[in-house]
Design a protein around this ligand. Sequence first.
Ligand code: ADP
Ligand code: ZN
Length: 294
Amino acid sequence: MRLGALEAGGTKMVCAIGNENGEILERVSIPTETPEITMPKLIAYFLDKEIEALGIGCFGPIDLNRNSDTYGYITTTPKLAWLNYDIVGAFKAALKVPVGFDTDVNGSALGEATWGITKGLENSMYITIGTGVGAGIISNGKLLHGMLHPEGGHLLLSRHPKDSFEGACPYHKNCLEGMAAGPAIEARWGMKGAQLADRKEVWELEAYYIAQALVDYIMILSPQRIILGGGVMHQEHLIPLVREEVTRQLGGYIKTKELEDMEHYIVLPSLNDNQGIMGALKLAVDEYQLEKIG
Ligand code: ADP
Ligand code: ZN
């Protein structure tokens, strides 16, 4: 099968052609401007590629409720040009193929669960810690949706007693994104994360906040493995600190073989930064099967 995949991000749109085995045959990257400028370029890319379905992993918030009048829309996004934009409708009208649609981070979770490090697990999570924080959840073998989609990046956290930073989230201040995303690190320490590599206290505090969120995810979702991706996780010494801190904060309450083997429980992505676009291929396959086969 020839399939289209789109990783729709706030700064760039990665378009690819691939197949149902997750193989990527070609790809391009197009800057994200307004829908008027960007959509014709995206449509032109896919139009003559003879794809049988398209999958989109999209920045949000987006409407994933198939019973809603605005299913397939980008909804209340701060990227105002795309506010209330019917992205699925626009592609369906132009390409006349099934269009699978989910959040960008659900796409990454799905890519890893289909072809990567969480393959074969019924319950897993993919958390990206970058400019923002997002969490994609696979529960009982399916992406978790709900009334909207989970917003696991905005879990409220307790401030560390020695941290006077107020928090950078405009909605909650001290949520995970507000305390631990790249811009929060920069606002707290006055420098970008990449320049703070040798400051131990920076990464201990970072691990403290990430671990709090992970403990809450573990308690409520019972994932069998958790993947941590995004730019901030490029700090190689961070993941061992997160593992230690999760063990400490769990306080020995849950005893499983997975938690005894933290190195294989909290892990980095495994698909060379292709997890998002490969996940979009899987969204295309699944939508094709749903629409054409039932
Ligand atoms: P985005 O979230 O915009 O898709 P990234 O996942 O690359 O992109 O995240 C970008 C954020 O990650 C920035 O805030 C940046 O400062 C931070 N970042 C990137 N590389 C590093 C690094 N090596 N160490 C710490 N922080 C980093
Ligand atoms: Zn928040």
